[in-house]
Design a protein around this ligand. Structure first.
Ligand code: T3D
Length: 288
């Protein structure tokens, strides 16, 4: 397990026991919206006229919201989606226009924008669903692919647009894409900037599911509610241990599963799951 994974994992463990309540940030936001209903939080990227491209303001607002979420142990599912006809077109290229001779430090922009938010997104303990409601391009596509479960409207498409403007995939794209769809496809679609339609994205394993446009909202809500009623603590461990698996050796990973299962075995949800099974009833998990 590398240091970053260890840190993320330990943060997740700590958050399981030390959550603080969510503060009401929603009224001050202009580029995203943030709602919490029955332990489900919905974050909507909200610059529809720019296909929800990330400007500095959106990065800052998302940071506030994610920071709030990471500290909230009551949340049992997070939904990330976009307003309008796109999910997100990545970095706002209007903010990257330079004068002759002027250069932008994209490393600095990444670190203080997408990377900062992705680190927070990855340390949320509850499952994070990304509902890709339309085109997802560049960093917008890879923000989506870093979520735990990704579904998309049938009409949506994913574009690794980076190389079309002389960049490499960021937001963990070069890591996650190869793992999801294999190196051959990952290299080709990123070098060519080929749009991948939602159905094809599902077929090649880039996302979990493409959903008919007219059923999208209903099915997303059903998915989110289903996750919110499941044993949140176990789901949290599942997220982290899959990520860890990439850097663990076989024996080391068996040890990790043993240790995490020991913790799950002490949870109220495990006791409830076993009781419900034996009593032939539906379990009522509390996420503890
Ligand atoms: O800089 C950093 O922080 C470092 C990180 C960089 C990572 C990146 O994300 S780089 C990649 C950035 N994204 C792109 O290169 C995608 C650019 N957009 C497009 O290629 C197309 O817009 C789409 C294929 C996504 C959608 O095409 P289409 O025809 O459906 O829509 P459109 O007409 O191109 O866009 C609609 C509006 O959104 C339009 O505004 P307007 O002219 O009506 O006022 C367009 O300019 C705007 N828009 C779309 N993408 C962006 C954008 N505005 C700013 N930034 C964008 N990325």
């Amino acid at each position: 397990m590398n240091e970053v994974t260890k840190l993320t994992y330990n943060i997740a463990l700590i958050k399981l026991t030390t959550g603080a309540p969510m503060t009401d940030l929603s009224k001050d936001l202009t580029t995203i919206t943030y709602h919490k209903v029955d332990q489900v939080v919905t974050i909507t990227l909200n610059r529809p006229d720019k296909l929800n491209a990330f400007n500095d303001q959106m990065h800052q607002e998302l940071f506030l919201v994610l920071n709030d979420l990471v500290n909230d142990s009551q949340v049992r599912c997070v939904l990330l989606t976009g307003a309008g006809r796109g999910f997100s077109a990545g970095a706002d290229l209007g903010e990257r226009i330079t004068q002759p001779g002027e250069k932008t430090d994209l490393g600095e922009k990444l670190e203080n924008g997408f990377n900062k938010n992705l680190r927070l997104l990855k340390s949320i303990q509850a499952p994070v669903v990304c509902a890709v409601n339309g085109v997802a391009a560049g960093a917008g596509a890879n923000m989506a692919l870093n979520c735990d479960i990704v579904v998309a409207k049938q009409s949506a498409k994913f574009i690794q647009a980076f190389s079309s403007i002389g960049l490499i995939p960021d937001c963990n794209g070069t890591w996650i894409l190869a793992k999801l769809i294999g190196l051959a496809r990952a290299k080709a679609i990123t070098m060519l900037g080929t749009p991948v339609a939602a159905a094809e994205a599902e077929r090649i394993g880039m996302i979990y599911q493409a959903i008919e446009d007219d059923q999208f909202e209903d099915q997303v809500q059903a998915l989110v509610q289903q996750l919110a009623n499941r044993p949140t603590r176990a789901l949290s461990f599942i997220k982290n241990i899959f990520d860890e698996s990439y850097s663990n050796r076989f024996g080391e990973h068996l040890d990790r599963e043993r240790d995490v299962q020991r913790v799950c075995g002490l949870s109220d949800d495990f006791a409830e799951g076993v009781a419900a099974f034996n009593e032939k009833r539906t379990p009522e998990f509390k996420g503890r």
